[in-house]
Write a protein that binds this ligand. Structure first.
Ligand SMILES: Nc1ncnc2c1ncn2[C@@H]1O[C@H](COP(=O)(O)OP(=O)(O)OP(=O)(O)O)[C@@H](O)[C@H]1O
Ligand SMILES: [Mg+2]
Length: 408
């Protein structure tokens, strides 16, 4: 009885959800080592890009990099950029100063520092810190363009940090694919960010960028500034291997208080549904766990995982919203693409045009039409074009989903 009550209390450990730390973070050892190597840099020659499809674990991995950086003497500033699509240069500057102030505001700067930059000295006992007000005043007092002002602030901050023995600052921005230049409005916040960091890094100031985002991120940076190619080390997150998936499933329930055990047959089923895509792993495990607990409460024996029902639920919860945004003709094209043997990797316009599934349509798509539709689908976030002009699905396991829609 006591044990039964105890087991009731074991909450479902799985966490499907954007940015939710999984109960056990499987794999990612190579990526973690690569980031550790970047942290070793005295002079920053390489910044980090962590990229991959939706739900691959970019946000949670970046989250685990933070304590690592702090342990090795770095400060960590930054935020999520999902809200800032129409950012201006001065908005970007405010963003950087705000994020910076969060980590520097407790750092005391001497009177000397204040005099040098021309502020009225307060009484000797008043301590001035590197808070937002200080940074903003320094920014405003510096002549020149936004880039000059930002550089001046960052240089001053570094001269203070050096004195307290800090190694540098990591500026971490999630969802950074939202950064963009806006030529029509004469606003170039993305180029500004790259120019400022390139310039201060050339002056040996160890402020490092760590950007995460969808696969469109890196091509976008290179398009804005070609030197981005050399400035970033790109880590592309892949799905978990079968072994890592097994760990992601088993470790969270490997507790004697856990009423549920997940056996090999179930693990195989979960692997066959998820192919190691982290969000799907959490999703399927969470559903299965709830189901088993429910069965147990009703006195039924544990069942095998109802794969079909779970796939249907995943289709509704994850895919159908995205699918609903496509027009009929776009869906027809996606249907052709889903027939390509290489649809889950990369494909070209020519692959699509020449495929028998296209030829068999009443109105086959021409190459130029395919180009057009793929551009619209990129806008809608269903596909993306890589740097070599090839296309990929921007959503994991979209191919099988589309094939399920057409019943093929
Ligand atoms: N290594 C991992 N092991 C187990 N689960 C993971 C792992 N990485 C991520 N997850 C789980 O996958 C889901 C997605 O993670 P996260 O939100 O970090 O992905 P993302 O790449 O940032 O997605 P998006 O592109 O939508 O922002 C979360 O539920 C998280 O708990
Ligand atoms: Mg994320």
């Amino acid at each position: 009885m006591g044990e039964a009550a105890n087991k009731q209390k074991f909450a479902n450990p799985f966490r499907p959800g954007a940015g939710h730390m999984p109960p056990y973070l499987a794999g990612r050892e190579t990526e973690t080592r690569e980031f550790a190597r970047l942290l070793e840099q005295q002079i920053i020659l390489q910044n980090l890009i962590l990229t991959g499809l939706r739900g691959l674990g970019k946000t949670v991995l970046l989250e685990t990099f933070k304590p690592m950086a702090i342990r090795s003497g770095w400060l960590w500033a930054g935020t999520d950029l999902s809200e800032s699509t129409s950012i201006t240069e001065s908005n970007l500057a405010i963003r950087l100063l705000t994020d910076l102030a969060v980590v520097t505001s407790s750092i005391v700067v001497g009177t000397e520092e204040r005099n040098r930059i021309g502020f009225r000295p307060d009484t000797e006992r008043t301590r001035t810190t590197l808070d937002y007000g200080f940074l903003a005043r320094l920014f405003d007092a510096t002549p020149g363009l936004v880039a000059d002002k930002l550089k001046a602030v960052l240089e001053t901050v570094w001269s203070c940090l050096q004195q307290i023995g800090k190694r540098g600052i990591v500026f971490a921005y999630d969802e950074a694919q939202n950064l963009a230049d806006h030529a029509s409005r004469d606003q170039y916040p993305l180029s500004l960010l790259l120019d400022v960091f390139q310039s201060i890094q050339r002056k040996n100031i160890p402020f490092m960028l760590a950007l995460t985002g969808l696969p469109t991120l890196f091509p976008k940076l290179v398009e804005a500034r070609t030197y981005s190619e050399r400035m970033f080390h790109v880590i592309f997150l892949n799905p978990l291997s079968e072994k890592e998936t097994t760990e992601a499933i088993q470790k969270p329930v490997a507790d004697h208080k856990c009423p549920v055990q997940i056996h090999d047959a179930s693990i195989k089923t979960i692997w066959s549904i998820t192919h190691g895509y982290p969000y799907f792993v959490q999703y399927v495990c969470r559903e299965a766990f709830d189901l088993w607990i429910q069965n147990m409460d009703n006195g039924q024996p544990p069942t095998s995982i109802p794969a079909d029902a779970l796939v249907r639920k995943l289709d509704t919860d994850f895919f159908s919203g995205r699918w609903a945004k496509a027009t009929d003709r776009q869906r027809e094209l996606l249907g052709v693409i889903a027939q390509l043997p290489n649809c889950d990797a990369e494909f070209t316009v020519q692959d699509v045009a020449e495929h028998p599934a296209n030829q068999a349509l009443t109105r086959p798509f021409s190459s130029s039409h395919i180009n057009q539709i793929l551009a619209a689908l990129s806008e809608a976030g269903l596909v993306y074009k890589n740097r070599h002009g090839k296309y990929s699905f921007a959503v994991p396991l979209l191919g099988p989903f589309i094939r399920r829609q057409s019943g093929s």
